[in-house]
Design a protein around this ligand. Structure first.
Ligand code: ZN
Length: 331
């Protein structure tokens, strides 16, 4: 029976994944291995955004991004380039973030998940490379802290932002998509997903074709499901009372398990995107061929192989391939 999405829930996800298996940051030679180290000890003029410091792209970061793009069944843009996204915030010392805009590294892919009513395809709009900003640290909670500390060790960590179409129809499907993505990333070996902050999720949510809200910076997979559940109920209650949902950005307060309004949503033109003049555009055709050759067997393919080669039942094959360690033991 087809799944009845009565509230017409539409969820799209933006997932920031740190490519932290790389040794160095995306535009400088500082180490990516900063976890647990004293603040501001892995920094240089480039990742501190000092005037005149010039970025150089990390070749391996591009290869890792292509690897993920291919695994998500995306097309890889042979011509790709970086842009400046301008905004001021203390975790961004340059006053702009180097990211991608037009010509992202990967576009138009898909991932199949087990949906509410069987196999469900989630379209991937794009995956693009960017730098992580620094980290703001508050003593206690963000609204009670007397001051903010800034740690630039994280500034310049290679990130891949993966953007889905609003194809997810429930918090459960969102959770399943995130689990599947985690599984794929684990097989690719591009990120240590157990490290704090290695995956951050933003979610766009709308119901009954109303305005969508963006819930920012959900820092755990469990948090994503909870934030979405809360947000759907909140929107439902507004509509039930005859009110409209405001298009805005909301923050998920993990301790209280609620979302709170932080600002009205910016539009792309607010950021004054323009091509980054300090980095040349990249032509990646030869890289793509090389990365394709080196791509490991992915969870879906391995699941199929376990079933045909070993006669394992679908359900068991799924369990066995659901974690890389378990799948490797089986071989
Ligand atoms: Zn640096």
């Amino acid at each position: 029976m087809a799944y009845e999405n009565r509230d017409r829930v539409k969820i799209g996800l933006e997932i920031h994944v740190q490519l932290n298996r790389l040794k160095t940051k995306i535009f400088c030679g500082c180490t990516t291995n900063y976890h647990g180290d004293p603040p501001n000890t892995h920094v240089c003029p480039v990742c501190l955004g000092l005037p005149g410091a010039l970025p150089v792209v990390n070749r391996r970061a591009v290869e890792y991004a292509i690897r993920v793009g291919l695994a998500l069944n995306c097309g890889i843009n042979e011509h790709t380039q970086f842009y400046r996204k301008n905004y001021y915030y203390p975790d961004l010392p340059r006053g702009f973030q180097i990211t991608q805009y037009d010509y992202p590294i990967a576009q138009q892919g898909h991932v199949t998940i087990e949906g509410e009513d069987g196999e469900h395809m989630v379209r991937i709009n794009r995956a693009h490379m960017e730098e992580d900003p620094g980290r703001l640290v508050h003593e206690g909670t963000i609204d009670r802290s007397k001051y903010t500390l800034v740690d630039y060790n994280r500034s310049g960590i290679p990130l891949l932002e993966i953007v889905t179409e609003p194809d997810l129809r429930s918090p459960k499907e969102a959770r399943r998509f995130l689990d599947k993505l985690r599984n794929i990333l684990e097989y690719l070996g591009v990120s240590d997903l157990d490290l704090e902050g290695s995956v951050r999720v933003d979610a766009n949510v709308s119901i009954m074709d109303g305005n969508r809200t963006e819930v920012k910076n959900i820092s755990s997979y469990k948090g994503a499901e909870k934030a979405l559940l809360y947000e759907i109920v909140r929107q439902k209650n507004l509509i039930r009372r005859g009110k409209t949902v405001t298009q805005e950005t909301r923050h998920f307060d993990e301790a209280r398990e609620i979302t709170v309004s932080i600002r009205t949503k910016e539009e792309a033109h607010d950021y004054r995107y323009f091509p980054e003049p300090d980095l040349v555009p990249l032509r990646v055709r030869d890289w793509v061929a090389k990365v394709k050759e080196e791509l490991p067997e992915l969870p879906d393919a391995r699941k199929e192989r376990f079933m045909t080669e070993y006669g394992v039942k679908a359900e068991h094959a799924k369990t066995l391939t659901g974690q890389l360690k378990l799948a490797q033991k089986k071989q």
